[in-house]
Design a protein around this ligand. Structure first.
Ligand SMILES: [Zn+2]
Length: 330
């Protein structure tokens, strides 16, 4: 038999082994995914706001490695992308237990969508945002190609429709064909608070016109406000007309403000939709916040015809707007 020293060594080894195994179980993504968190479709969701996607991390630029890490971290913690249209329509079609995240990209820079031409053949740069999203989708088929690009049709280069003049129309069409959406960001990043009503309408109508010239019939449903500034008359950000071209934005996105209210909540104001800027500390803050407060984040019930939430949240449900959906409380 073993002497006492050997027994003690064995006991120590067992303790270390147990601790290691339990630590591994706590951090393993498979064990996290095995528990389906209870549905709460009145919880908040994240709208992320990206600008440049580039080599270096800067105030307005997310580096390629950090962007990949954002996607990986979102995926591993149970977030899945939704479209702007899903939020506007109140149709969150995600697996039970997952959480919606809306990815938005402002200012149409080449790092968001760049073509590389090799031997006369055009391909999407694997290191631009679109290339990175497509590759992430290939690795994780349950991460859909969903994101909104708020574009500038008349900005100075390199911000005019992603900076490659010969491919403007192709890029817009390809984005839509891939499943992504296009939103308005005015013609050239105009501060709408500075202009008269006619100029505001001209900026917004001609922006829609420029997008539709390249994708006939495309419905531009959302507007990201340059600098987060509303026009003096909010209604002109929502709808208006200039020289025969009308526009209507069902969602208007701000430049900051934290996590957004569920589209099913009476507190949701789609005309003042808050966003979380990346880079910066905010994304990390909100991800950790909802890891610590899982009851406050939007968690899907896996069905589009029901809205599921804890009984205590009943008063928050916007029953008047979502008459066709069945409310399920528990
Ligand atoms: Zn912008």
């Amino acid at each position: 038999m073993k002497n006492p020293r050997q027994k003690q060594a064995l006991a120590t080894l067992l303790i270390v082994l147990t601790l290691t195994l339990s630590a591994a179980a706590q951090t393993s993504p498979t064990s996290a995914q095995a528990r389906t968190p209870p549905a709460n479709e009145l919880g908040r969701f994240l709208v992320l706001e990206y600008h440049l996607i580039q080599e270096q991390e800067t105030r307005w630029g997310r580096s390629v490695p950090n962007f990949k890490q954002d996607l990986e971290r979102l995926y591993q913690t149970g977030y899945r992308p939704v479209a702007m249209a899903d939020i506007i329509n109140g149709k969150i079609d995600l697996p039970a237990g997952t959480k919606p995240v809306l990815l938005t990209f402002d200012d149409s820079s080449p790092g968001q969508f760049r073509y590389l031409v090799k031997n006369g053949k055009r391909e999407i740069d694997p290191d631009c945002a679109v290339g990175l999203l497509l590759s992430f989708h290939r690795q994780h088929p349950d991460w859909a190609n969903k994101a909104v690009f708020f574009v500038l049709p008349e900005a100075k280069q390199p911000h005019k429709l992603f900076g490659q003049p010969e491919y403007e129309a192709e890029k817009l069409k390809e984005l839509v064909a891939l499943g992504f959406e296009i939103g308005s960001h005015t013609l050239w990043h105009a501060n709408l608070g500075k202009y008269d009503d006619t100029t505001v309408q001209k900026q917004l109508a001609q922006s829609v016109e420029a997008i539709q010239k390249r994708i006939p019939g495309y419905a531009v449903r959302s507007l990201a406000l340059p600098f987060g500034v509303y026009p003096k008359d909010l209604q002109l950000a929502v709808k208006g007309e200039f020289k025969g071209t009308a526009y209507q934005h069902e969602a208007i996105l701000m430049v900051a403000g934290g996590a957004a209210q569920s589209p099913f909540s009476s507190g949701c104001d789609l005309l003042h939709l808050p966003r979380i800027q990346v880079p910066g500390p905010d994304l990390k803050y909100w991800l950790s916040y909802y890891e610590k407060h899982p009851g406050e984040v939007f968690v899907s019930d896996g069905k589009t015809e029901t809205v599921t939430f804890p009984k205590a949240l009943q008063p928050r449900f916007n029953a008047a707007k979502f008459k066709k959906l069945q409310a399920v409380s528990y």
